[in-house]
Each structure stands twice: as C-alpha cells, then as structure tokens.
Design a protein around this ligand. Structure first.
Ligand code: FUC
Length: 938
C-alpha cells in the first residue's frame, strides 16, 4: 500500500486571470435606464460597462474598471445608496417612453474619470487584467516610449478603493482626477415625486476631493473622499465652474510624478436597522438611524492613509485570498495565450476549453467575496455593481429565486461567511416581515412593488387565514418578491419564505455550527413555520394544502396564477417544516417547552404535505389541477419551480428514484422552447437540477449553454434587461454540485461528472456535516478522495467502487472504516484531521438496454419489450405506480420481453416501468423507462 500524505491530495494552483488586449469600448455611456435598451437602443445599454469593464468590490462598494488610456472611467457603486423601486412612467430628455417601467432602486454613486491624454491608437503593448487570486486589476501599456502601469483593488479590511499609478523613467506620470456625480437633476421621474439628487464635488487644498450630496427620495446623504498620495511631482487642486455657475466641479492634477496612489472612501447615511424597514414614509426612513456620511468617510480615509500602498495591498490580499484560496479546481485546463473574450467566442462556436470552465467557476466565487461580506449589504441582483439611475429591477433582492441563487455557491464552495450579510439584512427586516405575516393572516392586503393586484384572493381564502391568527404563539414572518436595501414587500403564498429559509438551514448544515443554529437558523425556521402552517388547510383526505399561492411567475389567462397547493408552496413548506423539527431536535427543544407548540403543528402537517405529485405525462406536477405537462402556464417557463424539491431542497433524492425520473422528464419538457434560455439564471437553475438528478452530461450541457449564450466578455451573466449576477452564482454552484453532493446523508464526490471532464481534481469544496473534500479522477474514474473534518463526527461516503476502499490518516496510518454497502463506507472523524480514501476500484459499467415499449397485453396485462444490452446477463424489471417515489421490483428475466400481469384494481393507474441490464459483475446499468397512463381523465 502506498503511503498517503498531504501531497497526494494537492491540486495544481494555476493562474486565474481575465485579460484583454483592448480597453473597454465606448457604448451608450449616457443612458440612465437599463430598460430603455430593450425598446430604443441596441440590445445592451452601455456595452463598455455591461460587457467589458472589470468589477472589483469589497462587499460595501464596487468599482468597474474600464482600463482606458485617454480618459480612464471608473464607475463606482455603493450598495447602500438607493431609492425605492416604483412602477413609474419614465422620461429622459425628449424621449418619452409611453410605457410603464420599474424605476428607482440602487443608484450609481460616481462616474470618476482620470485624464491621461494617451490616445488609444498611439498606445502599444496594452494589457488589462483581473487576477482572481489577488482581486487586483491592472492596466499596462506603453505610450511615447514610456511604460505606464495602474493597479486597482477594493479593500475589505480598510474599506477603501485603491488605485496605484506608475510610469517608467522619472517624472512621466501626469493625470487629472475628475470625479462626477451621475444623474444629478438631469432626469425626472414623474415630476415632483422627490426623485432628486443634489451634490457637489470640491477639490480641497490638502490634495483631496470631497464628493457629497443627497439623494432626495429617502433623504440619504452620500460622501466620497479621494486622496492622491505622491512622492514626487506637483499636485494642483482646482474647482471649475459648473453649469449652474458655482465653482464646485473639483479636480486634482498631478504633474511630473513617477508614482502615486489614490485612496477613495465612501459612505452614505444609511445604517442597517429595523427602523428603516418599519418606516413606510420614504423620507422618514432615515430619521431614527443615520450616520454622518462625511464623518465616516473622513475617518475611514484617515485610517487607510495610515498604511503605505504596499501595506494596503498586502492587507487586502491576505484578507481576500484567505477566502478565495480555499478551493482549487483542475479540470485539465491549460492557461491560455488568448484573451478571455477570444476564449469565450471560440467556446460559443463549439470549441472546448476547460480552462474557461474553471475560470467561470472561480469567477463566481470571486464575485461573491467581492459583493457580500460580513457587515456589508448582501449581494443584490447586480452584486454590488450598478451604473444606472433606473437599475434593472432596482438592483434589488428578489426572493423567488434570484437572491437565493446568489447564495447557492456560498456553502458548497467554502464561503459560508459571505452569507453573514444576508443574515444581518434578514435580522433588520424581520420586524417588518413579522408585521406582514400578521397582515397576511389577518386577511389584509399585501404590499407589492410589481404593480400586482392580489385582490383575487376571495373572502373565503381570507377567512381561512383569519381562523389561524395568532396560533402557536405568533404569525411568524413572511417576505415578498422584490425587496430592496431600505424596504421589503410581501406576496401571497409561502414558497418565497421557504426558499429563503433553505439558505438558513444550509448555513447550519454545511458548517454544523451550533451557535449559528441556535441564534439565527432556528429562529428563522421557527418563525417561517409559524407563518407557513397558518397558510395551509386540512383537506378531507388528511392532506394539508397551501390555501393560495403561486408558482413563480406563471400566468394563466393573462393573470398571475394563484391557486391551491402549488408544488412550489408544498415543497418549501415540507423542507422548512422538516428543518424546523431537525433543528429543534439538535438543540434539545421540545414541543412541550414554553412557546414551542409550533413544533406539534409542524409535526402534524408535515407528513401530509404530499409535495410531489406525478402527472399523466410522467411529470412532476407544477399545479395539482394539471393532468399533463404544460397544461397550465407557460410550457418552457424560465422558472422550474415544480422541481425546487430536487434543488435546492432535497425531497427528491437518491431514495426517490421514481421522482428523479419524473423530474428528468419535466426538465426535458421545460427546455422545449427558448423562453428560459433568455435568462442566464434559468439555465443555471437547470444545471443544478440536472446535477442533482445525477446527469452530469446534461448539467454540463447547461453550463456550456450558460457560457455560450448568456455570458459577456467580462464573464458577467446576461438577461434581456442587461447584467444580472444570479447566473454567475448559479453556474458556480452548479459546477460544485456536479463535483460533490451531500443532500442524501452521504458525501458523494463526483456525483454528476460529465464525460467531457475526463480527468481532474479539486480540493476545498464543502459537504454537509462540515467536511472539506478532495477528489481526483482519471479517464472518468475516481482515484483518490480526501476528507478534512472541520467539526468531527461520522463521515459517510458513497461512490461506486468503494467496495474495497481503505481509509488512512494523512500521515499514512490506517483508520478503521465500516462498509455499509458495496458503494458506501463510514468512519469516525476527529476535528482538524484529514483522511485519505484509497483503493477505489471502478465498477465495470454495464450498457443499458434501449427502446423500452409497453403495450396492452390483453386481459389485465402489460407487454413490455426492449432492445438488448450487449453486456446483459439478465434484466431487472421495476415499476412505480402513481406517486410512488421508489420503484418496486417486478421480475428478473434473461429475455428482452416481459408480460406483466396486473390486478384489475390497478388497471386505472398510471405506471412507470423501468428496465435495467444486469452485467456479469452483478452491477445494474442505467435504465430505460416507459409509461402507461391508466385511465385518462376527461
Ligand atoms: C424574477 C424573475 C425575473 C427576473 C427578476 C429579477 O422575478 O422571474 O425573470 O430575474 O426576478
């Protein structure tokens, strides 16, 4: 036996850079509304920003680097500078759009320019890059015989944006720093509604600029400070006359320098607190809690200036790489010599490029670290980057998939801390969410910012809610679809709440941190249970169905469709209920404890939610009243909400193979049409779903599609309204899901590895239970696994070929393990120890039979026939009837046909037949399926 050591489970650490040989091009730079692009301009509004600029962020704020040589453009966003999203009539200058649009939301903080006057066509050896290992962007070129280099980063520990500039030779660095405030009174939204923005940019004698102002809608102050630190050359401050005749367009000019750096700090008067959400009147929101934006920015600037440039850089890299460096992935990609946009173009034309696939995966992790840190706001629809006045969907927190998808990679790719910002946000909005829950259960209306009319809830629905008011110690909390930095909304149904608490449970399940469970996760789950259980009623047959909810965002007959017991509601109610009981059990809380009677209610409802119902097409139904797939709602809808029990939930899992087959059928139908393909996140969702169904090649096909048709040159994901970040996160999560799963109680490395990823390795992905996993494979076959236990406990591992597997400590000592079945082992772990699993022997794959048919066999029988598998010694025939989640064994035969005699009572029942070949080694092949519909409903 070879001795195992830490080296045997290491993964190549290769260069991870996005790079370009051109500056970001000019596009519709003046556009202020993302939506206008759809109707009036080219398909993408500001091309330079949307497709080409490089995003940097420290959770609080983001900058987009254009890398221009004549005048550099830096677009700066602070994710606390916002108005409210309203449905408004929008107008800009002379162009009136005769159409209602979403307006408001996150606002661009600054367009900051640096004038160099190096014309692009005279520049040589240009390179612009973003290094994902350091989160440092850089631009280098030569002009007139001088080499110029700039470096940019945003520091989380020092809450600052830092730009370093240098030139070769002495005294060749000359530039003017010119910050501006975008959308300052140069637009109007329904005149007189308070959507105003005022501010000044003033250069000060101490070599700094103060940009400050007020965004009128919510009365938020904002300040940015810019300081140039230089060792040589001359710095001049100037205040130019602005269009209103005031001297406040401040600039700083540095001449004859060799090297300098700029430090920028930003603040708004926003302080995350419950008052903001509790106060409805927009202008009053910041009365109670607000900070002095200018004072905070000054303090932060002074603190940052206490460090030299190299110290700031080191502190930033140490902080960032501490998170980013936890995961390495090698799919065999080689560091390319072509630019990232070329790679992407070739990829879209069908070339393979595993490097790009690795890069995109890691870019998602980069974006999450950059847009969501403890103490910052959570990652919004655009992460923390927005250059618009009217951002797409307000750059909000959309709770029927988008914000949750943002956090899908957080746990599996070893960035659990990034979820801390969502937890803070949730804690702050909770009192409002509780108010909404009580309003909903009282039968009062909902608060929508989508212009939706919820009045179709008739009195009978509301009466049923009212009957539950106040039960089990309270009405819990609820959250609607389109939330923002300063406001949350509410929506009927309970699916969005369960979608949200799925993140909370994962937060515990992946970290197994009991403090997190007690202080955050259990309260979230319990409150959600208090709300959810009140929105259900008991049917005569004992089932509990949600009284009135949706399946995002299905419209039927021209209206948003609300109905009873949607699979979306039932699935998330099930998961939330299950997690609530699990959390209580782990914490030792019982239903007899004071204030915990909700546990009894959940325990009663849970077994009767009946979340997964199989329809006559063999599909997972989206609506109970649907017989065949696609009867109600849009056939190829972008949401695949009937499968949330497969992912992110775990109702459909390896113990429910018949449901997995139904899910696969459903997914295949969902893709028959291109509606979903417009939305990157929709493709990313399907990638995760296919991965969970164990179909690596299908998951990979989605990943390829995402990169080929919904990814811009800067690797940002695209939608019809421009950039939306969710798909970046969903795509990253999807890759992790292909490489490692753990939702069925086992750690399952390489659970959905596609044929295209022949050989590779990874380390640092996280499995539920607090295990960091290493895996390597060659020619599609697992070689070695490694498990680092973070919190101790039993490790259960499953993979085909573990029959003779052995477990070693990283030092080489053998560890006892139990073989649970041919493909599963279990062993005890000690926190901090690494275990190596060796002697994994591949199981010879068996070819599947094909073309299964089922026909009436006369007199209570079904005649099955199939095409032989060359490897088969025999065939196993199984069936699942109606909603069965698992198959039952019917027969073993060496023939390629089978007559199945059924009882008369079963003739009406829908059945799925499943046939697999059994090889010489006793292993089963993949299966073929065929359906009987039984008695077709009229
Ligand atoms: C959901 C989706 C939309 C869009 C929006 C931000 O409502 O259905 O397609 O992604 O969020």
């Amino acid at each position: 036996m070879r001795t195992k050591n830490a080296e045997s489970i290491s993964v190549p650490r290769k260069e991870l850079k996005l790079w370009y040989d051109e500056e970001a091009p000019y596009g519709n730079e003046g556009i202020s509304c993302a939506y206008a692009a759809q109707s009036e301009y080219s398909d993408i509004p500001d091309d330079g920003w949307e497709k080409w600029s490089l995003p940097l962020g420290n959770g609080y704020s983001g900058i987009n680097v254009f890398g221009r040589t004549n005048t550099e453009r830096l677009q700066i966003t602070d994710n606390t500078l916002s108005t409210q999203l309203e449905i408004v009539r929008w107008q800009e200058g002379e162009r009136r759009l005769n159409k209602r649009l979403f307006g408001g939301g996150l606002n661009s903080f600054s367009e900051t320019y640096i004038d160099f006057h190096h014309p692009w066509d005279m520049v040589e050896n240009y390179r612009r890059e973003l290094d994902l290992r350091t989160a440092v962007a850089s631009v280098a070129y030569s002009y007139n015989g001088v080499d110029y280099k700039r470096e940019y980063f945003t520091s989380y520990p020092d809450k600052a944006i830092v730009i370093h500039l240098e030139s070769s030779g002495k005294s060749n660095l000359n530039f003017t720093l010119r910050p501006t405030i975008p959308y300052k009174q140069d637009y109007m939204v329904d005149e007189g509604d308070g959507f105003s923005k005022h501010g000044t940019v003033v250069a000060r004698d101490d070599g700094s600029i103060i940009l400050s102002g007020n965004l009128g809608y919510n009365n938020v102050d904002f300040t940015a400070l810019y300081k140039i630190v230089h060792s040589d050359g001359t710095l001049t401050a100037a205040n130019r006359m602005n269009e209103r005749g005031a001297y406040d367009d401040g600039t700083l000019t540095l001449s004859g320098a060799t090297e300098a750096y700029i430090v920028i700090t930003l603040s708004t008067s926003f302080v995350l607190s419950s008052d903001i959400f509790m106060t409805d009147e927009p202008k009053a929101k910041f009365k109670e809690s607000r900070c002095d934006a200018a004072a905070v920015a000054e303090e932060e600037l002074a603190a940052a200036l206490g460090y030299s440039y190299s110290e700031l850089r080191e502190r930033h890299i140490a902080d960032y790489s501490g998170l980013f460096g936890r995961v390495e992935l090698d799919l065999g990609g080689e560091v390319p010599t072509s630019t990232t946009d070329e790679l992407l173009q070739n990829y879209a034309r069908g070339e393979s490029c595993t490097y790009l696939e690795e890069l995109y995966f890691q870019f998602g992790r980069y974006l999450l670290i950059s847009s969501s840190r403890e103490g910052s706001m959570p990652a919004n629809l655009q992460g923390t980057w927005n250059r618009y006045n009217l951002a797409p969907w307000g750059s909000g927190y959309w709770h029927n998939i988008n914000v949750q998808m943002n956090y899908w990679p957080a746990f599996s790719t070893n960035l659990a801390e990034t979820f801390g910002s969502y937890v803070d946000y949730w804690k702050a909005f909770l009192p409002k969410a509780e108010e909404y829950a009580t309003a909903a259960i009282s039968g009062e209306s909902y608060v929508s910012n989508l212009g939706l009319d919820f009045s179709s809830a008739d009195e009978r629905v509301l009466e049923k809610y009212r009957a539950n008011l106040g039960k089990d110690g309270g009405n819990g909390w609820t959250v609607g679809i389109g939330c923002e930095a300063y406001r949350i909304v509410s929506t009927p149904g309970c699916g969005n709440v369960g979608f949200t608490t799925q993140m909370f449970w994962d937060y515990y399940d992946f970290t197994r941190n009991k403090d997190i469970l007690r202080d955050t996760v259990y309260p979230a789950l319990k409150g959600a249970s208090q709300y959810i259980t009140k929105t259900f009623e008991r049917e005569n047959d004992g089932r509990y169905l949600s009284i009135w909810g949706d399946s995002p965002e299905q419209w039927v007959g021209g209206v948003w469709y609300y109905t009873k017991g949607t699979t979306y509601d039932q699935s998330f109610a099930y998961n939330n209920g299950y997690y609530t009981l699990e959390a209580a059990r782990i914490l030792g809380i019982s239903r007899e404890d004071e204030g915990e009677s909700i546990l009894a209610t959940v325990a009663e409802q849970l077994p009767n939610y009946n979340p997964i119902v199989i329809g006559y097409s063999g599909q997972v139904k989206e609506f109970r009243e649907e017989n065949y797939y696609g009867e109600l709602g849009e056939y190829a809808h972008r949401h695949t909400s009937q499968l949330v029990g497969l992912y992110p939930g775990n109702i459909i899992n390896s113990d429910t193979p018949a449901w997995i087959d139904a899910a696969k059928y459903t997914l295949t139908q969902r893709e028959k049409g291109t509606a979903g393909d417009s939305w990157g996140w929709s493709i990313a969702f399907r990638q995760n779903l296919w991965a969970r169904a164990g179909e690596g090649d299908e998951a990979y096909r989605q990943y390829r599609k995402l990169l080929s048709i919904r990814t811009a040159s800067n690797l940002w994901s695209k939608t019809p309204a421009g950039f939306q970040i969710d798909a970046n996160f969903g795509g990253t999560a999807g890759v992790a899901e292909m490489l490692l799963q753990s939702q069925s109680g086992y750690i399952e490395p390489l659970a959905a590895i596609p044929a295209s990823w022949k050989s590779g390795s990874y380390r640092g992905l996280v499995a539920r239970g607090g295990f960091e996993v290493f895996a390597s494979w060659e020619e599609g076959v697992a070689k070695l696994f490694g498990i680092t236990s973070k919190v101790g406990g039993v490790c259960k591992l499953r993979h085909k070929g573990l029959k003779n597997a052995e477990v070693f400590l990283a030092g080489g000592a053998k560890v006892g393990c139990t073989h649970l079945a041919d493909d599963a082992i279990s062993f005890d772990t000690v926190a901090g120890e690494t275990y190596i699993i060796d002697n994994i022997k591949p199981v010879e794959p068996v070819d599947a039979p094909s073309k299964l048919t089922v026909a009436e066999g006369g007199e209570g029988a079904y005649a099955l026939a199939w095409t032989a598998s060359p490897d088969a010694v025999s065939y196993n025939v199984y069936r699942a009837v109606e909603n069965d989640c698992d198959y039952t064994f019917v027969a073993s035969t060496s023939d390629t046909a089978y007559m199945h005699h059924i009882k008369a009572s079963e003739a009406d029942k829908r059945t799925t037949y499943r046939v697999c070949a059994v090889g010489k080694n006793g292993a089963e092949s993949r299966c073929v399926l065929a359906y009987t519909v039984g008695k077709i409903p009229s």
